[in-house]
Design a protein around this ligand. Structure first.
Ligand SMILES: Cc1cc2nc3c(=O)[nH]c(=O)nc-3n(C[C@H](O)[C@H](O)[C@H](O)COP(=O)(O)OP(=O)(O)OC[C@H]3O[C@@H](n4cnc5c(N)ncnc54)[C@H](O)[C@@H]3O)c2cc1C
Length: 342
């Protein structure tokens, strides 16, 4: 059996990896490698049990390739938030060295993991033979195939895994997807020593941050319309939020990133009804390194005939024609989910 994977990010390479383990021949059309040199953060401090389960599994999968680096996770929340959903071991405190908290706030301390995603994806692209080409998805007579480098590439199975370009590629093939792309932003800072060990989710002021190689620190927030660019004074505003917390930071560089989300604020995977051999995986929004490898494993099982029913299945979300990605509460985000209960 032969699978053609369109897209060479986390979703594509891990789907290829697990399908190859299941005996498939993998043909990967990968596009450009999209990841920064700095690591992405994997946290287990998320409000939904299903997401934490995926993140735990992803961590086990990464350990086949790299040893993730542990850092202190600091989630800042209003004091009244109910933490009973938080299953991972944690400590609740009102004092964190180097960060300023007010009397109605608490810090939830857990452990996060820094994953050198670029290294892992580069390794798998090479091992699986992904090309850097860009391709098009085509659907004809109920069968999907890919066109790349002027060639028609056919497979028993075709997997669309092109990140924020999924929806556009599907539309060009004349089919729809319940996924929406959006812009997200991150700023690279020089930071004071205290910040070097903190992975922060500040759900009161609304920013996240994680250490890069000292003295560098990456922070970001927000959601913007696809193709529009960051709002005016974005860096100034974000820097002011970090400094309000007492962080000593100096901005160096603003990066515009592209993400994608499903209508339930999380990722989707499954078979697309438009073609008998077409499968899709995407919508990883801000937590692809947490859910990506584990969901790719589930997709590979589904393709192999051993699928499970879960909240991420594409088939469950086809009734949503379109939605505003910036108004969706992202599943991994305590702020979006729990603050409603305060
Ligand atoms: C600034 C920023 C910071 C982030 N930080 C974190 C973090 O700390 N932790 C975390 O878990 N997540 C983080 N994320 C989110 C994470 O990067 C994404 O969830 C994840 O990369 C999505 O994986 P993907 O494989 O679906 O898509 P992508 O990573 O976008 O990969 C898609 C791939 O498809 C390729 N492609 C596109 N079109 C085509 C085509 N036509 N033909 C062939 N190939 C194509 C692209 O070149 C790319 O290689 C961050 C995102 C951004 C933007």
């Amino acid at each position: 059996m032969r699978v053609v994977v369109l897209g060479g990010g986390l979703a594509g390479v891990f789907t290829g990896y697990f399908l190859r383990e299941a005996g498939f021949k993998v043909v990967g059309v990968g596009g450009e490698l999209a990841y920064p040199l700095t690591s992405l953060v994997l946290t287990l401090s998320m409000p939904f049990r299903e997401d934490v389960e995926l993140a735990r599994r992803s961590l086990e999968i990464y350990r086949r390739f790299v040893e993730p680096k542990e850092v202190t996770s600091v989630d800042i929340l209003p004091r009244l938030v109910d933490l009973s959903r938080l299953e991972t071991p944690h400590e609740v405190t009102d004092r964190v060295k180097g960060l300023r908290l007010s009397s109605d706030e608490m810090a939830v301390i857990t452990r996060d993991y820094l994953i050198p995603v670029r290294r892992v994806v580069t390794h798998l692209r090479r091992e699986l033979g992904f090309t850097d080409s860009y391709g098009f998805l085509k659907v004809k007579d109920g069968k999907a195939f890919v066109v790349a480098d002027g060639r028609r590439i056919e497979g028993d199975v075709v997997v669309l895994a092109a990140g924020h370009r999924n929806r556009m590629l599907a539309r060009e093939a004349g089919i729809d997807l319940p996924l929406e792309p959006y812009e997200c932003y991150a700023v690279l800072y020089i930071a004071g020593r205290r910040m070097w060990r903190y992975s922060v989710g500040d759900y009161v002021l609304g920013w996240y941050g994680r250490p890069a190689a000292p003295p560098l620190y990456v922070a970001g927030d927000g959601c913007g319309r696809y193709g529009q660019g960051p709002p005016p004074n974005y860096v100034k505003r974000l820097t002011a939020l970090l400094r309000q917390r007492g962080a000593r930071v100096f901005p160096l560089y603003l990066k515009i990133g592209y993400c994608e989300v499903g209508p339930h604020g999380g990722p989707l995977y499954g078979r697309h009804p438009a073609a008998e051999n077409l499968y899709v995986i995407g919508g990883f929004n801000g937590y692809g390194s947490m859910v990506g490898p584990a969901l790719a494993e589930r997709l590979a099982r589904l393709i192999g005939g051993n699928g499970v029913e879960d909240v991420y299945r594409l088939e469950r979300h086809f009734d949503v024609a379109s939605f505003n990605p910036c108004e969706v509460a992202e599943r991994h985000d305590w702020g979006a989910v729990l603050l409603r209960n305060v």
